[in-house]
Design a binder for this molecule. Structure first.
Ligand code: C2E
Ligand code: CA
Ligand code: CA
Ligand code: CA
Length: 287
């Protein structure tokens, strides 16, 4: 820290300056990054808690920036939302991911024991309000020949809090077509649980904070009750429960006992290239 007596300008936080400069630089570079092919997608497996089989994967976008290296989505998704690039970027992620799902399915065609791998793709709130969402999704599924039920779109709970019918209409259309809708980061948004009945969702993705509280064995009794309550409510509404951020076997075991259906986290695999998912699924099927 700067000692007293320095002038006001010297008192500025140099790290904050660096962050602001980087943010400005990233915002400037963002619009052309898509055309330059600087984005890529990693896939993280979704594992069935009951039998440990790989059921699919979540697509997670990264930016390979020519100067800064690989940037995590938390660094650039907010900028993409702010500049509007999220619409073409989100469409690109959707198309790449669905193509990837088709490739997995084709490569798995010969292996009887392998169930069809599904693909989860994140949707930003800006994409929800964009009028092209339903048509873009239909076009991508038709172009790739992938069935709608192989796709799950993840929308955060906070994006749907207080959502009116106009916002829900495109999600309803997609759900009617057979696309699954998952409520991401569930449990962080203080939404009215009764509200769940209004939403066209078929999966709850329990936020990582719940998984973290399962670190101790036995876990905090209040957290156990909360998760137990969410799972029983979800199942009574015919919703599946996915847990994220599973880092240890103890967490997986607790969450399995609590009745959660599917899990995702470093305990199973970090996000990685698409070939990795194919290998994991194959190993899984052959024992
Ligand atoms: P999210 O949808 O909640 O994704 C889960 C995040 O948790 C990912 O971070 C994933 O890498 C991380 N994760 C997975 N397993 C573990 C674990 O065991 N422990 C811990 N500590 N973390 C784990 P990531 O890849 O950095 O993505 C961050 C967020 O960026 C995502 O959160 C999502 O909201 C957003 N995002 C990623 N890809 C896209 C995209 O294509 N479109 C949009 N709109 N948002 C995206
Ligand atoms: Ca997600
Ligand atoms: Ca999440
Ligand atoms: Ca999250």
């Amino acid at each position: 820290a700067k000692s007293a007596g320095g002038n006001r300008f010297e008192l500025a936080d140099p790290e904050a300056d660096a962050r602001a400069i980087t943010r400005h630089g990233l915002t400037t570079a963002l619009p052309t990054a898509l055309d330059r092919g600087e984005f890529f997608i990693e896939y993280q497996p979704l594992v069935h808690l009951g039998d440990g089989s790989v059921r699919g994967a979540e697509a997670l976008v990264r930016w390979l920036h020519p100067q800064h290296g690989v940037l995590s989505p938390d660094r650039f998704i907010p900028l993409a939302e702010h500049t509007g690039l999220i619409v073409p970027l989100g469409r690109w992620v959707l198309e790449q991911s669905v193509r990837q799902a088709r490739e997995w399915r084709e490569r798995h065609g010969g292996a009887e024991s392998l169930g069809p791998l599904r693909i989860n793709v994140n949707l930003s709130p800006c994409q929800l309000t964009h009028p092209g969402l339903v048509q873009d999704t239909v076009d991508i599924l038709e172009r790739t020949g992938v069935a709608p039920d192989a796709l799950c779109l993840e929308v955060t709970e906070s994006a749907l809090i207080g959502a009116d019918d106009d916002l829900l209409k495109p999600l309803r259309r997609l759900a009617e077509m057979g696309v699954d809708i998952a409520l991401d980061d569930f449990g962080t948004g203080y939404s009215n649980l009764a509200n769940l009945r209004r939403l066209p969702v078929s999966v709850l993705k329990l936020d990582r904070s719940f998984t973290q509280s399962m670190q101790q064995f036995p876990a905090d009794p209040v957290d156990l009750k909360i998760v137990e309550g969410i799972v029983s409510l979800a199942h009574s509404l015919d919703l599946a429960v996915t847990v994220e951020g599973v880092e240890t076997g103890a967490q997986a075991e607790q969450l399995r006992i609590l009745g959660c259906d599917t899990a995702q986290g470093w305990y199973y695999a970090r996000p990685g290239p698409p070939e990795r998912l194919h290998e994991l699924a194959l190993v899984d099927a052959t024992g």
